[in-house]
Design a protein around this ligand. Sequence first.
Ligand code: NDP
Length: 390
Amino acid sequence: MTVTPRRISVFGATGSIGCNTLDLIARAPDEYRVVALTGGRNTALLAEQARRHRAEIAVTAHADCLADLRDRLAGTGIETAAGAPAIREAAMRPADWVMSAIVGAAGLPPGIAALEQGATLALANKESLVTAGPLMLATARAYGARILPVDSEHSAVFQALGGEDIATVERVIITASGGAFRDWPLDRLAGATPEQAASHPNWDMGQRITIDSASMFNKALELIETKEFFGISPDRIEALVHPESMIHAMVGFNDGGLMAHVGPADMRHAIGYALHWPDRRALPVERLDFAAIGQFTFRPPDDARYPALRLARYVMAAGGHAGAVFNGAKERALDAFIARRIGFTDMARVVEAAMTKLSADSLMNAAISLDTVAHADHLARVAVDEAIGA
Ligand code: NDP
């Protein structure tokens, strides 16, 4: 019996999640037909991926990278394009399963476009739910599309829930490794460099999310993502430091029982789960040896070390465009830290300054659309620049 290949697109193909996704696709090439692959500046890798997977179209985010991408794909018949509108158009091409793995707020428009086609959206881009959760969910409902979480903690919650009634959930605990500085003395944090922050103890991820793990801005985004995706009230969502990164999340039910999702620190588990859902298939990830691991440890997150968690609580309580402001401010502060214009601990300070400045803006409680989210993101970045004194 011949099976029609599933049409797959990968947004952010050249990144850490994108490469892991294509690694799984490459293991069963006859089962998939690759429609669109998108990347940023890494045109060499994007072209190689497009050739290997015989993609219909390869799109770079940057106009100045298009000529290079074209040269690399000359004679292959693979279409090329550049720019954010072209990425969005690529997401309008019919596909059955779409990986959303662009980093940052730029991931939202193609994610919405894919949902509008009725695709199943495997969502790694947590910024989409943080900035526009209600819009994402409403679009999925309106077009009969489905969102499957790929962030490891949210995939873990999804699996631990196992279809149970959300009303029976008493609490959701998402774990955090604690990042690169979990054991540093607090007074050393201000002098931490981008290179030190970008070295994760357990996970191999992109540079930005790794630095966000050290500051716990990543966990802050995930708390908000949990509230938006699962519709769980913020007072039932907790973060817990678990240095081994093997329990990804726990769901506690009203009968006192608790389901924990345990697995290796390998994103191919969560990606593969979303790829094959509702089935489970064998995946090329390590099997844990509990006797060798010996013990799991936990500690409460330290508010002084991780101020981002307090800011996430504010965002969850405020709703509206607070998530878009928080994320835009965080992205700008991260840019400034990577460029060595501000220190590690300044990031939370300037993000909070931006949030405070914009908290009374009339935009905050306006209905959420792509335009209002983009506007909130812009205002947040300007407010961060002001706070930095740029
Ligand atoms: P990477 O930095 O490794 O990759 C990001 C991808 O997005 C690359 O393909 C990059 O292109 C592309 N890109 C960068 N800027 C833009 C832009 N402005 N427009 C379009 N494309 C762009 O990130 P990760 O793979 O680590 O993360 C991707 C998303 O998944 C993030 O939202 C992250 O929070 C989330 N996530 C990641 C996890 C991980 O393990 N890595 C775990 C859970 C969630 P190029 O490199 O060619 O410039």
